[in-house]
Design a protein around this ligand. Structure first.
Ligand code: GDP
Length: 461
């Protein structure tokens, strides 16, 4: 356990009016510094309180004026969030009162204001959390949507840490086999069996790749499903965009080709978060500016997690519709037949017979008919693509880079083994893999990386 000489304090609840605000103090003087500031209605002063107990009383300033009646809770090292002595003061909500109490605590020369994420940083440095768990705390705070919360909880509970530890242990096992053999070549120790070692490495590679594939789930849950609304001009893309986002942001006009660039909005559809882009229509045009828009639309189709391809039911499919159909990625496309209120006899869904989208929905964006069916289709798609994996997930770019380094290093080790190179070469690569995994969990990590991780946090967490 790392010993910090200074005690830190901050308001842990959001600033603003609310029922209750919490001021958190952590460090060696956390409990003693409140002795002179808290008058219990019954019972003892904070220093004499048992751990995990709370006491009702008055918070007073250095001039003995009562500032508020509060509940004070005591946690003792190491049984607290940070692993240090910690006091939490729950006072009446409101910016003014909580700041006054915080200022009174900070008047003590051994206490200073906590930096962003410093409580969680101390929890990490004191070994209460791995780096992946600490990162999940930040994700939990910003999680929007049930799946995002479930995902952050999975990480917070240490599933990723356990998975990575499994990988590390396996690598250490292989390294120790190789070391015994290299260090005592003359002893009667059974030699390293390349075939078994190779099979172990291959299994490890497969498991690492499986974990790597969870990165996309995490991204979708954190940022939302990157959804593109595509279609030729005038089919009702902007109208649909506005219906889904509940506001008038895209320009809706009768003139074909008015949405020239990509408009983006983060919206919630049921329990799914969408990063919704309305694109320029995909069509042939001589206009240079429009051409750029069309090209962007096509490239956004490739990058999207989900495409809502809009077709107009009031007219037969045109050549432009067919050009779009050729570009659509069927496995991530929901076909939306729009203008169902004006459905034309000439329109035939059979025209799409050779194209198999994920689902097909008929709506009227203008009259907001059947939007729930579209919502359900999107939710079904999201459920298949963004379900939290219970046994660990890669949550961010930092973790992804570390895992990629480890993966490449194990692959190198396997290649060296297969090519019949000296076991030294295998050992060097496996060492590099183990190191990358320790960086991932934060067991071997630079101060700079730690600082970057905790800068994402709010003050008070
Ligand atoms: P975009 O070019 O694909 O973005 O199309 P817009 O959203 O600008 O819509 C083009 C025209 O179609 C506008 O006049 C809309 O009011 C109209 N429109 C959109 N959705 C519907 C619908 O469901 N029914 C009918 N009748 N008209 C619609």
């Amino acid at each position: 356990m790392q010993q910090f000489t200074d005690t830190i304090a901050a308001i842990a609840t959001p600033l603003g009016s609310g029922g209750v605000a919490v001021i958190r103090i952590s460090g060696c003087d956390a409990i003693s510094c409140t002795d002179a500031l808290f008058q219990p209605v019954r019972g003892s002063r904070p220093s004499a309180m048992q751990e995990y107990t709370c006491s009702y009383g008055y918070f007073i300033n250095q001039e003995k004026e009562i500032l508020d009646d509060v509940v004070l809770t005591v946690f003792r090292n190491p049984h607290s969030y940070t692993g240090e002595d910690t006091v939490e003061i729950s006072c009446h909500g409101g910016r003014f009162l909580s700041q006054k109490i915080l200022r009174t605590v900070l008047a003590n020369p051994t206490v200073r204001l906590a930096e962003a994420g410093e409580f969680t940083k101390r929890a990490f440095l004191n070994g209460k959390l791995s780096l992946t768990q600490a990162e999940a705390v930040a994700d939990l705070i910003s999680a929007s949507g049930e799946n995002a919360v479930r995902y952050a909880r999975t990480l917070r509970d240490g599933a990723t840490f356990r998975k990575i530890s499994e990988f590390s242990n396996l690598i250490l096992e292989m390294l120790s086999d190789l070391a015994v053999w290299a260090d005592y070549p003359d002893e009667d120790i059974p030699g390293v069996d390349s075939k078994t070692l190779g099979a172990k490495m291959q299994q490890l590679l497969d498991d690492m790749k499986q974990l790597m594939s969870s990165y996309d789930y995490g991204r979708i849950l954190r940022e939302g499903l990157h959804t593109v609304i595509a279609g030729k001009p005038n089919v009702g893309k902007s109208t649909l965009f506005n219906v889904l986002s509940g506001c008038e942001r895209s320009i809706v006009t009768e003139i074909a080709g008015t949405t020239r660039d990509v408009v983006e909005e983060q919206i919630r559809l049921g329990d799914v978060i969408l990063r919704l882009s309305d694109t320029a229509g995909v069509h042939q045009t001589a206009d240079k500016v429009e051409q750029i828009g069309v090209e962007r639309s096509l490239s956004s189709l490739e990058q999207a997690d989900l495409v809502l391809a809009v077709f107009d039911m009031s007219a037969p499919l045109s050549e432009e519709d067919h050009i779009l159909l050729e570009k659509l990625p069927a496995e991530k496309t929901i076909v939306v037949y729009n203008k169902s209120d004006q459905s034309s006899a000439d329109f035939s869904q059979n025209a799409l017979f050779h194209f198999s989208p994920v689902e097909t929905v008929e709506i009227s964006a203008k009259h907001q008919d059947n939007i729930t069916a579209l919502q359900n289709a999107v939710e079904r798609f999201a459920a298949r693509h963004a379900t939290p994996a219970e046994d660990g997930m890669i949550a961010n770019e930092r973790q992804r880079v570390c895992l990629k380094l480890a993966l490449d290093a194990v692959q190198e080790a396997l290649d060296a083994l297969t090519m019949g190179l000296a076991f030294d070469a295998v050992t060097v690569s496996l060492d590099a893999a183990a190191d990358a995994l320790l960086q991932l969990t934060g067991e071997r990590v630079t101060d700079k990386v730690v600082d970057t991780v905790f800068q994402r946090f709010c003050v008070g967490k």
